[in-house]
Design a protein. Structure first.
Length: 306
């Protein structure tokens, strides 16, 4: 399973995720894996590292005093960094492994302001998102940054939403976001995200000085965390597993389920990705499984229920 999660991590960092965050979190939790990553060696280094966020599933056990935090949506798209030099857009990178990303400047410059009122070198981080009405919205957002055709990229309904500006002089996070909004950016504090996929909420200390003072672990900032809202699934029985050929020609397993109603839709089948995913969940014909609708659209098996 370690190998499968490393492969899933690799695909995610390359912009072609193969499983949803809910599935990844379920597997990570089941096997007690805290650090699964993928190192990029052929990209460009971010001016400031793009850290991941510590996950929290119970606010009573939050690592920060939530009353001192600003809350924003955790948008579910493709994280990127933008570099501005003396106010001019200079470089746009995919998140990659957080230290090194791939150059997506030609595409990202089409989504963001070409100049802002700053001096020196400024890095702005944010998320490229696609509306939930688009099937596999997160995959579309991430995959679009890998397109070779600019013309095709322009047909995608993409938006960049800023969520931070590293090493700025503003006292509070809200002031930072207000500045970015004044420069022509959408930000997580002003963006109408109702029509876009989200994956929980981000809690961040209100004070920028406190955020910097708390520092970082090797993986995440101590001044912010992601509150993951675990969506309750429905329990049903795995009746069979069949193999089908997808549009891309890839053969993949599909779970045949005892019909179950989820969000007013009857679900009888769900994706299983590959044999490693089946083995990782310990699935057997006749066992009970938990099903969710990822993005409220695609049925997925997230765990075996013993």
């Amino acid at each position: 399973m370690q190998r499968f999660l490393e492969y899933a991590s690799k695909c995610y960092y390359e912009g072609n995720p193969i499983i949803s965050d809910a599935e990844y979190d379920a597997l990570e939790h089941r096997y007690g894996l805290e650090k699964v990553g993928y190192t990029i060696t052929d990209g460009i280094e971010h001016f400031y590292p793009m850290y991941s966020l510590q996950k929290c599933f119970d606010l009573e056990k939050a690592p920060l005093n939530i009353e001192d935090c600003v809350i924003s949506p955790k948008l579910d798209g493709a994280a990127v960094s933008l570099l501005y030099v003396d106010g001019k857009f200079a470089l746009g990178l995919t998140r990659g492994d957080g230290k090194i990303g791939r150059d997506a400047s030609e595409k990202l410059k089409l989504l963001v302001p070409q100049s802002i009122e700053t001096n020196g070198i400024v890095q702005i981080t944010g998320e490229v998102v696609c509306p939930s009405s688009v099937e596999n919205a997160r995959n579309v957002a991430a995959g679009s940054l890998n397109l070779k055709s600019i013309e095709e990229f322009l047909t995608r309904p993409l938006t960049f939403v800023a969520y931070d500006m590293q090493q700025n002089s503003f006292d509070s996070y809200s002031e930072t976001m207000t500045f970015l909004e004044s420069q022509g950016f959408h930000t997580v504090l002003d963006f109408d995200y109702e029509e876009y996929p989200t994956d929980g909420y981000v809690y961040r200390t209100y004070s920028n000085r406190e955020f910097v003072g708390l520092g970082y672990t090797s993986h995440h900032p101590r001044g912010a965390f992601a509150y993951k809202v675990q969506k309750l699934g429905k329990i049903t029985t795995l009746l069979d597993v069949v193999w089908q050929v997808g549009k891309s020609g890839v053969v993949s397993p599909v779970a045949v389920l005892e019909p179950v109603n989820i969000d007013d839709a009857t679900v009888q089948k769900a994706t299983l990705h590959n044999i490693e995913y089946i083995e990782g969940l310990g699935l057997e014909i006749g066992c009970k499984v938990e099903i969710i609708r990822s993005g409220d659209i695609i049925p997925r098996v997230v765990r075996r229920v013993d």
